[in-house]
Design a protein around this ligand. Structure first.
Ligand code: C2O
Ligand code: CU
Length: 502
């Protein structure tokens, strides 16, 4: 299934456990066998019907919608006889889908039942910095954190995941992640919206699985981090989804640590892209493939014929001017999710021609320009320092940021608190799939991404927001900076205090 050309040596643990496959290698005399280990597991895994993360229970207390999440460890059954140590929220792997409507106040009671500190970040959410769940809001083992905020942004597919300083990759890789769907009365009628039936969360992750079942992180020195050979969708291999209606909406989330996917259907059929990271596009965009780098989301609607089976795949992905595309997963092709249509399908309405109105942020309104150069594990030549204020932004202002990747390998760029718009890539208008709200953007090497952001509502001179590369190895290794949003005229802090109360 997956090509093996990019296979890098797994970490020492996997190599030790890999003597049997080296034996096999000697027997078969084929180099490819070395990289096939997980492919065999993949092929041997029985087809599994796609688990749908449950919608999290909530109750309304004094006008606030309250959710409860508990981070805990668990096990998965991927290699017979060798349970995989995993972690999840309210279960052994991943977490429930949180769902709330624009205008609601929400509170999430998060209990950390792990034996180490973690945090929970609301990726894509506009909220006060104290509630953001980044490295400045650690949740100690055994303790509870209760962030509370007003949902005030358009309908969107957001997600949540740990963000502890330097440990994000390990926590997410264990399975700590979930979706957060924002609903909005302004969203148009006619989109498939029956959760888990024709409106389906699709959380995609590639895993490096050792012979003893454990989730490994690649320590071979691949610049992007860990590219695995076991593909999990909502936590299972070889996922299949029974489809009962003519159109299905997939909410695709790249929750992988390093891999950029290029989602497409096996028969190259057209689908409609209806939403990017921060919500619906103005109009559906017909596409045959969509590239998503780590943390990006896309909502697509695809037409289905009665009785057919169609495979959602990831095909070779255009990574831009990277040195060796194959080393970064650029040539990999593999199945993601099989759609199996019933013999008779319920009718679905056609996708509305107008989905949302998006106010274009205007460059003329921007008060300034900032430049961000991503190279090695630094942004603007600086390593992450939790005490340092890298950028000072004034509330209510619009800014243009110019972001570039000067390495010959992939990076991307994520900004907390805001959704931004892409003005230009190398001076050219962005492709239509980048025409809506974004919070994370893939950076092809040596190109200039000009984005426009407006910072509203929340200020703090003591708690910063983050911007960073969302390749989790890079993020953990310091490819992150901090900005504070201040009132007009408010004095900037010299250092961020590290006295955290939770
Ligand atoms: Cu998805 Cu700063 O994170
Ligand atoms: Cu990076």
């Amino acid at each position: 299934m997956e090509t093996v050309s990019d296979f890098r040596r797994p970490s020492r643990r996997a190599v030790v456990g890999g003597f049997t496959s080296l034996g096999l290698l000697a027997l078969t005399g084929t180099l490819a066998a070395c990289g096939r280990q997980n492919e065999i597991q993949l092929a041997a895994a029985p087809a599994t019907s796609l688990p749908i993360p449950p919608v999290a229970d909530s109750r309304v207390e004094d006008g606030i919608r309250v959710f409860e999440l508990e981070a805990r460890t668990g096990t998965l059954d991927l290699v017979p006889g060798f349970p995989t140590t995993s972690a999840g929220f309210n279960g052994p792997y991943l977490g429930p889908t949180l769902r709330a409507e624009r205008g609601e106040h929400v509170r999430v009671k998060i209990t950390n039942s792990l034996d180490e500190v973690t945090s929970v970040h609301w990726h894509g959410m506009h909220l006060p910095p104290e509630m953001d769940g980044g490295p400045h809001q650690p949740v100690a083992a055994g303790s509870t954190w209760e962030p509370e905020w007003l949902i005030d942004q358009p309908a969107a597919t957001l997600w949540y995941h740990p963000h502890p300083h330097g440990e994000t990759q390990r926590h997410v890789n264990l399975g700590l992640a979930g979706m957060f769907i924002v609903d909005d009365a302004d969203a148009p009628e006619g989109l498939p919206s029956d959760y888990g039936v024709d409106d389906v969360p699709v959380i995609v992750q590639d895993k490096m699985v050792g012979d003893e079942g454990d989730f490994l992180l690649d320590s071979s020195g691949n610049e992007v981090g860990t590219l695995g050979k076991t593909l999990l969708v909502n936590g299972v291999r070889n996922a299949q989804l029974e489809v009962a209606s003519r159109r299905i909406r997939l909410r695709l989330l790249n929750a992988a640590p390093a891999r950029t996917f290029n989602f497409t259907f096996a028969d190259s059929r057209e689908f409609a892209l209806i939403a990017s990271d921060g919500g619906l596009l103005t109009a559906p965009v017909p596409l045959t493939s969509i590239r998503l780098s780590p943390a990006e989301r896309a909502e697509i609607v695809v037409d289905i014929e009665p009785g057919e089976r169609v495979m959602l795949r990831s095909a070779g992905v255009e990574l831009g001017a990277v040195a060796v595309p194959a080393a970064f997963g650029g040539d990999d092709e593999f199945d993601v999710l099989e759609l199996r249509a019933a013999g008779e399908l319920a009718p679905s309405s056609s996708v509305p021609e107008t989905l949302a109105s998006i106010e274009r942020l205007r460059e003329d309104d921007a008060v300034g320009l900032r430049e961000f150069r991503l190279a090695d594990r630094k942004i603007n030549s600086k390593d992450m320092d939790m005490g340092r204020v890298d950028e000072i932004v004034r509330v209510g202002t619009t800014e243009v940021w110019e972001v570039r990747n000067t390495n010959p390998y992939p990076h991307n760029f994520h900004v907390h608190d805001v959704q931004f718009q892409v003005l230009a890539i190398d001076g050219e208008e962005p492709p239509p799939e980048l025409g809506g709200w974004k919070d994370t953007i893939y950076l092809e090497p040596r190109r200039v991404y000009r984005i426009i952001l407006r910072f509203g509502d929340y200020t703090s001179s003591s708690v910063p927001y983050m911007y960073h590369c969302h390749l989790l190895l890079h993020e953990d290794e310091g490819m992150m900076g901090q900005f504070v949003v201040l009132e007009k005229g408010e004095a900037a802090p010299l250092r961020i205090s590290m006295d955290h109360d939770h």
